[in-house]
Design a protein around this ligand. Structure first.
Ligand code: ATP
Length: 531
């Protein structure tokens, strides 16, 4: 349901106090005016600087003071006239350190009277801050104001272009391709943020063209980072940078086509997302980055730990805000890294489960093309609701890489050093990094293989610096450095067994050749340890 329809329902149902959290007063006020007009309600605003106003005219000089203003509102409401009252600076007066008990009482009384005395009015509180930690909270209904849609942004950009196109000395590329690219770059920003970005781009070199997409994306990155919960991650990796995990890669590649309009017409819904559970350092985060760039989609990283704010209600507002941003930027990939950590860090379990409830119901109901890429290392904190069918399209288990996979990962990282991987005895490197060297069940993880290549390169360079003849990276460097390695799998064998046992029941293997887990875990008792 869109925002105005939802709001109209609340107004018609006579919800007395509705708090709309938004920093976009202008755009929201325009929408509220339209709604008031459609419902044939008078539109009256109150702010701390102007008091009560109707059509830009002050209703009463004395209404600067809130109690007096509320008395006037009530007197108007008694006349049975339908009115939409909009309050702008109310929150600090009824909540927090500057709150006044008189104002709290008066607004509660007014809300109660709207419900019980048949007044045909509603009060809307517009605020950037939704932390109501006072007795008024029980009377308030919270409503989220969505960020501008693609259509809104398109309109705003074309209006901006029209405004400046004929200015002397200004060059604007108004081709469809450029306008589309600017629109995509600006999705997820508010009107004023978009206007700031466009104006700055125009002022910088007196032109607006495809080159400015980059600077808008950069500004967007900063703005999103400032929210403290989401991070806009950029990279140029491709799925070829991930060694192994062929089942997962194939699954993702297939779904990459399902976001288009053509796929929609064909009857396909965009995929919801995946949960990757697995051993640390085996490529879960790497795959998140690669899939976003392979699909040419923005990647938003959600830090669950930061969702939990200081005030009651804050955490839920935070998660809703983050999801709203993701929806506005969609199609995009929303990467929820170590989802289980966020669930454990909520402090009180009530807040954690409410935040989590918000996330789950959003995942269940979402129709926007936001692909969730959730990762987890610790299965013990994962609530069963998360694993229920229908939440994720698939749950994958990422194990330590097998022989074939280690070979591929070594190739990738040796090639990254600027050397040719086929000039090394890769089969020997595979043996050295696997069970024949370390013993049963112990193989190096992807991150350890990368570290092994880097350590060996360092070894070679130190020989070069000390003037040795054979100074490039050689097999000997690999053989020497591996002796110093204590593989993670050796230290955490029990933990990994438990993880495999869980995966056997609950997940699909991300690798084609990883068939061992079932047989291994069936015989293991497995201590219950957190990873
Ligand atoms: P964690 O749960 O600890 O975050 P992870 O499974 O997300 O671990 P990554 O962060 O993706 O692991 O891996 C760390 C680094 O190790 C990667 O950036 C990459 O350089 C290397 N690496 C790990 N797995 C692979 C792989 N399958 N192919 C290529 N490189 C890999």
């Amino acid at each position: 349901m869109d925002f105005t329809t939802e709001l109209k329902n609340y107004l018609k149902a006579r919800y007395p106090l509705i708090l709309i959290k938004s920093s976009e007063e202008d755009r929201l006020t325009n929408d509220l005016k339209k709604v008031a007009k459609e419902l044939k309600h008078r539109f009256i605003t109150w702010s701390i600087a102007s008091g009560l106003q109707h059509d830009g005219q002050s209703l009463d000089e004395a209404s600067l003071e809130l109690k007096r203003a509320l008395d006037i509102c009530e007197a108007l409401a008694k006349k049975d006239e339908p009115i939409l009252f909009v309050f702008y600076d109310l929150v600090p007066l009824i909540s927090g350190q500057g709150a006044s008990p008189i104002y709290q009482r008066r607004i509660k009384e007014f809300a109660l009277n709207i419900r019980t005395k048949g007044y045909r009015c509603n009060c809307i509180i517009v605020s950037y801050n939704a932390d109501i930690n006072s007795s008024v909270e029980t009377e308030i209904t919270m409503l989220d104001y969505p960020l501008p849609t693609r259509k809104d942004v398109e309109k705003q950009i074309s209006e901006f272009v029209m405004q400046y196109q004929s200015e002397k000395g200004i060059k604007i590329d108004s081709s469809k391709k450029t306008l589309q690219a600017l629109t995509s770059a600006a999705l997820g920003l508010t009107y004023s943020e978009i206007e700031n970005c466009l104006s700055r781009a125009l002022v910088t070199d007196k032109s607006l063209d495809i080159e400015d997409v980059k600077s808008i994306v950069n500004e967007k990155k900063q703005i999103i980072r400032k929210s403290g919960i989401l991070e806009y991650v950029e990279n140029k990796l491709s799925l070829d940078d991930v060694g192994g995990l062929s089942v997962l890669k194939r699954w993702l590649e297939l779904r990459g086509h399902s976001f288009s309009e053509e796929a929609k017409d064909f009857g396909l819904n965009p995929p919801k997302g995946v949960l990757l559970v697995g051993i640390p350092g085996c490529g879960k985060s790497l795959t998140a980055k690669c899939i976003a760039s392979a699909w040419s989609m923005p990647l938003l990283k959600l830090d669950m730990g930061k969702v939990f704010g200081r005030y009651v209600g804050d955490s839920e507002a935070n998660i809703r805000q983050a999801l709203k941003t993701a929806e506005a930027i969609a199609p995009c990939v929303l990467w929820i890294d170590e989802i289980e950590k966020g669930l454990a860090s909520g402090g009180d379990s009530g807040t954690s489960s409410r935040v989590f409830g918000n996330l789950l119901s959003w995942m269940q109901d979402k129709t926007s093309p936001v692909f969730i890429f959730a990762t987890a290392n610790n299965i013990r904190n994962l609530p069963p609701e998360l694993l229920r069918k229908g939440r994720f399209d698939e749950i994958f288990f990422v194990d330590l890489p097998d022989d074939e996979e280690r070979k591929k990962i070594l190739e990738i990282h040796i090639n990254k050093t600027g050397r040719k991987s086929d000039s090394f005895d890769l089969d020997k490197l595979v043996r050295l990094s696997g069970e024949s060297n370390f013993g049963d069940e112990v193989r190096l993880a992807g991150a350890e293989l990368e570290a092994w290549v880097k350590d060996s390169l360092l070894e070679a360079y130190s020989r070069k610096v000390s003037g040795e003849k054979e100074s490039d990276l050689s097999m000997k460097d690999f053989e020497d450095t591996i002796k110093r390695f204590v593989p993670m799998a050796k230290m955490r064998q029990e933990d990994f067994k438990e993880l495999r046992e869980w995966a056997n029941e609950n997940a699909v293997s991300a690798s084609a050749t990883n068939k061992n887990a079932k047989a291994e875990t069936q015989t293991s008792a497995g201590r219950k340890i957190d990873f």
